[in-house]
Design a binder for this molecule. Structure first.
Ligand code: SF4
Ligand code: SF4
Length: 289
């Protein structure tokens, strides 16, 4: 047996904390029955100096932070180098019940889906904070880029809607999945997921990326088949050329009134292209692991 190194132990501790937090009472859709928001998470790790993060300045936009950029912005006195950082990324899969509910929708989200978008994401933010606290207890500075006061969504014409830190791109770099025609991340638990991440000054073993291309698990991109997410989208935001973010965003805005009137809370969501499709709950192709 190969003995565990100190860093292997730290990695295991971080994974254990994430799993445990997701089993706790805060993981709820805030229904009367306190239904769970998320099923068991997946966790991946990538190096802070992984060349992919520099490449995202071209593929996402020049405004997208590298891990060392957001780290130094958070800790201005730090002398941390990119090679000393690790990105810890996680996937929160929707529950079977929420996926079942949303599969039946044709235009607007199921209540459970809309709740996951608001209360499930609030839990995701708490998880980000919990991972930062865990790392602090272990003696490591860290930041959840999504929670940084400097985090913002841009609407630059050349790039459409994009943010200064893309959780899905961090997850891709961290071995957790590849992109589908609809832009969603197809993970080993499928595409009906949300993701989160933290950048930490600690060197940890990384998760292998068991894929060569960024759209390898999508049936349409790999084989020219499927395309079911196009049919699921109620506003034609997905075509053979990809995902039209502006059309999608307009529909998401419209769902606010529906959620308020039908479900009685301030929320929104859609996710129709993430449910009722072959990549909903598993990778439909390329299952190497
Ligand atoms: S539904 Fe089909 S075409 Fe759309 S992302 Fe999933 S595998 Fe690709
Ligand atoms: S692309 Fe946007 S509007 Fe279309 S189904 Fe997906 S989330 Fe809904």
């Amino acid at each position: 047996m190969i003995p565990l190194t100190r860093n292997d132990n730290r990695r295991s501790r971080i994974v254990g904390e994430i799993l445990e937090f997701c089993r706790g009472p805060e993981n709820t859709l805030r229904t009367a029955q306190a239904d769970r928001a998320w099923a068991e998470p997946l966790v991946g790790f990538s190096r802070g100096d992984d060349p992919l993060y520099e490449a995202y300045k071209e593929y996402v936009g020049p405004f997208h932070w590298t891990p060392v950029e957001i780290f130094r912005r958070t800790f201005p006195d730090s002398d941390a180098e990119a090679s000393e950082l690790t990105v810890i990324s996680w996937v929160l899969p929707q529950t079977s019940q929420t996926k079942h509910d949303n599969r039946n929708q044709k235009v607007y989200p199921a209540e459970s889906w809309a709740r996951s978008r608001i209360y499930g994401e609030a839990f995701n933010c708490r998880l980000r904070e919990h991972v930062v606290i865990t790392l602090s207890d272990l003696g490591h500075e860290s930041v959840a880029p999504h929670l940084s006061p400097a985090w913002e969504t841009t609407a630059l014409s050349d790039y459409g809607y994009a943010s200064t830190w893309s959780e899905r791109h961090a997850a891709y770099a961290s071995g957790l999945g590849t992109f589908g025609l609809c832009d969603g991340l197809i993970t080993p638990r499928g595409k009906a997921v949300r993701v989160g991440s933290v950048v930490a000054r600690v060197q940890l073993p990384t998760t292998p990326r068991l894929y060569d291309g960024h759209q390898e698990f999508c049936l349409f991109m790999a084989e020219g088949t499927c395309g079911q997410c196009m049919d699921r989208c109620p506003v034609g935001a997905i075509t053979e050329t990809g995902h039209d973010k502006e059309t999608c965003e307009r529909h998401l805005s419209r769902t606010r009134e529906f959620v308020r009137k039908e479900y009685g809370f301030e929320g929104y969501g859609c996710g129709l292209c993430q449910t009722g499709v072959p990549c909903e709950s598993a990778r439909p192709i390329g299952a190497h692991q």
